[in-house]
Design a protein around this ligand. Structure first.
Ligand code: NAD
Length: 264
């Protein structure tokens, strides 16, 4: 079997620019034959997303800010009206105040904790619930997480807590929707230089640590994530649901840093 998405239609949420992980995923899905709709957060990003979508033959673009549930409902309504049903969704959305992505986790404010949770975690549940109603013949859902959910990463702070809740949501949603033939999975990507990634203090140090200590001795690219997403959204993975799939050059399996790193 090859990873074909011929005849499949789905929604990509989270392209901000050509460095976005969602863009790597969109490209892989499009190469495999999928037809794509895109959301964008605000008109300024819309101007960047429009030409990217056009590169993949799509002019189906919808504004969406997940803090405003009416805009999520409008996206689902537009998909229903234009396509009737969908086969997949990609949720590549995360946000936290960058002033709290440094220093101590314990200093997280109540307001930013709540906002981070709503945008980076609960939005996936709200979107999944609505998208499931458009997946009458089954489907696949994918979100993006990071290993700071299970291990302490300096500065990742409240995002790590939100990602832990997001990963638990993946398992609960997989349980909820499995009987309807809808699969729900996450990719836990290694650090990648993106707009969101740059908000984390000392992001460069994270990238170089990963490069030196991951078994593959490199960081991952949006193409790496895109190809794994294609597997998780296509029939190649039809027996897989509720998984957190690491695309991190193997970094999550390491314990002690490699000896060369310790010498430097
Ligand atoms: P990115 O900045 O390109 O994408 C983040 C997206 O989230 C943007 O498109 C932004 O518009 C969207 N977003 C933020 N708040 C929103 C809101 N209120 N409503 C709608 N959209 C909103 O960065 P990225 O690194 O591609 O991030 C995509 C996902 O991948 C995020 O969930 C991120 O946490 C995750 N991730 C990133 C890395 C990394 O190192 N870059 C690693 C693992 C996981």
């Amino acid at each position: 079997m090859i990873a074909s998405m011929q005849g499949k239609r789905g929604l990509i949420m989270g392209v901000a620019n050509s460095h976005s992980i969602a863009w790597g995923i969109a490209q892989a899905l499009s190469r495999a034959g999928a037809e794509l709709a895109f959301t964008y957060q605000g008109e300024a990003l819309g101007k960047r997303v429009k030409p990217l979508a056009a590169e993949l033959g799509s002019d189906f673009l919808l504004p969406c800010d997940v803090e405003d549930i009416a805009s999520v409902d409008a996206v689902i309504g537009a998909l229903k009206e234009k396509w009737g049903k969908i086969d997949f969704i990609v949720h590549a959305i995360g946000f936290s105040d960058k002033n709290e992505l440094k220093g101590l986790y314990a200093d997280t404010s109540r307001d930013n904790f709540t906002r981070t949770m709503v945008i980076s975690c609960f939005s996936f549940t709200e979107i999944a619930k609505r998208a499931a109603d458009l997946m009458s013949e089954g489907g696949a859902m994918l979100t993006l997480t990071y290993g700071g959910s299970v291990r302490v990463m300096p500065n990742y702070n409240v995002m790590g807590v939100a990602k832990a809740a997001l990963e638990a949501s993946v398992r609960y949603l997989a349980g909820d929707y499995g009987p309807r033939g809808i699969r729900v999975n996450a990719i836990s990507a290694g650090p990648i230089r993106t707009l969101a990634g740059a908000g984390i203090s000392d992001a460069r140090a994270m990238l170089s640590w990963q490069q030196k200590n991951a078994p593959l001795r490199r960081t991952v690219t949006i193409e790496d994530v895109g190809n794994s997403a294609l597997y998780l959204l296509s029939d190649l993975s039809r027996g897989v649901t509720g998984e957190i799939h690491y695309v991190d050059a193997g970094y999550n399996i390491t314990s002690m840093p490699v000896l060369e790193t310790l010498r430097n």
